[in-house]
Write a protein that binds this ligand. Structure first.
Ligand code: NAD
Ligand code: UFG
Length: 340
């Protein structure tokens, strides 16, 4: 089986390429390094012992993408990660997000249709649910998007549904909750550009001294300790779900040619619990303070994951402690990796 991974040098993509190669799939990666580093390719090879077949292609460049896909008509499935993902930036520069995330997906679907490639796994987000009562299942209503980024995920899901209904396309949309952690080897992990927006990279960068202090955005929420609650899922667990999704499509296990699955642990952890777990696992005291709420944050969300367990045969294996340990090991190793 030959799998095309778009955005395969990114955070989730690189971990998925590792799992695909380890499971014996032939993998082809495209990326434009907009939010990743070429060294990732070598580090994947170090982990799996297999060379990564790679082409530097921008999915907005329709001509190059079509040429590439037409030379690779034997692709059995596409896992589509390539997108821009910074919520704040999407508010400031919405056109970039619609062009890259929606426009790029349209280009990809066109190239797939032209070349008879019928299976796609799409990276969606729990952001489509907005503020809902957890545990949130797949049949929870889609809420008005809080940001252009969130809207691109909703639009792409709609485009995929329409194209699935209109053609031979088979689609799995995976709604990720909060991916964290890194590969056990500490050779790949999250590479936030500039100041991180997300909690876990901010924690590890503060602990290592790149940032002075972590601000906890609000402790006056209606939760047991007053801080927000999220469903933190280990990136390796998440990566493995993509293999299950590819199998689900290729073995035609689906009831409907368009399927949606939540990918989370089913357990919520508060911001303070994450900090305490980090301190416990690493024995590093974290410099943090309580600050005001961050605009746009929802109080709490965690996944209902029964559908993924029942239909995909997938569930998470790692806990928050492992998420913190691997994220910390990665942070410690990061500088030497980028230099080498
Ligand atoms: P990432 O930024 O690490 O990876 C995305 C990759 O896509 C990067 O390597 C980037 O260079 C590449 N890319 C971006 N635009 C491209 C283009 N036009 N052409 C080719 N390559 C391009 O992000 P990630 O965290 O690995 O996220 C992967 C996917 O999962 C994205 O679609 C993201 O929206 C989605 N997602 C992520 C999260 C999260 O918290 N990380 C949550 C929900 C959904
Ligand atoms: N937080 C802090 N301090 C920080 C960073 C985050 O207290 O420095 C808090 C946030 O206020 C929030 C929690 O930690 O309560 C988690 O925040 P993240 O930014 O790590 O994650 P979010 O749940 O806000 O966002 C994630 C993805 C988005 C996606 C969203 C969907 O990063 O791409 O989930 O809900 F849109």
């Amino acid at each position: 089986m030959k799998i095309l991974v778009t955005g395969g040098t990114g955070y989730i993509g690189s971990h998925t390429v590792v799992e695909l190669q380890n499971a014996g799939y032939e993998v082809v990666v495209i990326d434009n390094f907009d939010n990743s580093h070429p060294s990732v390719l070598l580090n994947i090879e170090k982990i799996t012992g297999k060379k990564v077949v790679f082409e530097n292609i921008d999915i907005r460049d329709k001509k190059s993408l079509r040429e590439f896909v037409s030379k690779n008509k034997d692709i059995n499935a596409v896992i589509h990660f390539a997108a821009s993902k910074a919520v704040g930036e999407s508010v400031e520069n919405p056109l970039k997000y619609y062009e890259n995330n929606v426009g790029g997906t349209l280009n990809l679907l066109e190239a797939m249709q032209e070349n008879g490639i019928e299976n796609i796994v799409f990276s969606s987000s729990c952001t489509v649910y907005g503020e809902a009562t957890p545990p949130v299942n797949e049949d929870a209503p889609i809420m008005l998007a809080q940001s252009p980024y969130g809207n691109t995920k909703q639009i792409c899901e709609e485009v995929l549904l329409d194209q699935t209904n209109a053609s031979n396309l088979k689609t799995v949309s995976l709604r990720y909750f909060n991916p964290v952690g890194a590969h056990d080897s500490a050779l790949i992990g999250e590479l936030p550009l500039g100041i991180p927006n997300n909690l876990v990279p901010y924690i590890t960068q503060t602990a290592i001294g790149k940032r002075e202090i972590l601000t906890v955005f609000g402790n006056d929420y209606n939760t047991p300790d007053g801080t927000c609650i999220r469903d933190f899922i280990h990136v390796v667990d998440l990566a493995k779900a993509h293999i299950k999704a590819v199998e689900y499509l290729s073995n035609k296990k689906y009831k409907s040619s368009y399927s949606v699955f939540n990918l989370g642990t089913g357990k919520g952890s508060s911001v303070l619990e994450v900090i305490q777990t980090f301190e416990k696992v690493t024995q590093v005291k974290l410099n943090y303070k309580i600050g005001p709420r961050r605009g746009g944050d929802i109080t709490q969300i965690y996944a209902g994951c029964e559908k993924a367990e029942k239909e995909l045969g997938w569930k998470t294996e790692r806990d928050l402690e492992n998420c913190m340990k691997t994220a910390w090991d990665w942070e410690k190793k990061l500088e030497s990796l980028l230099i080498s």
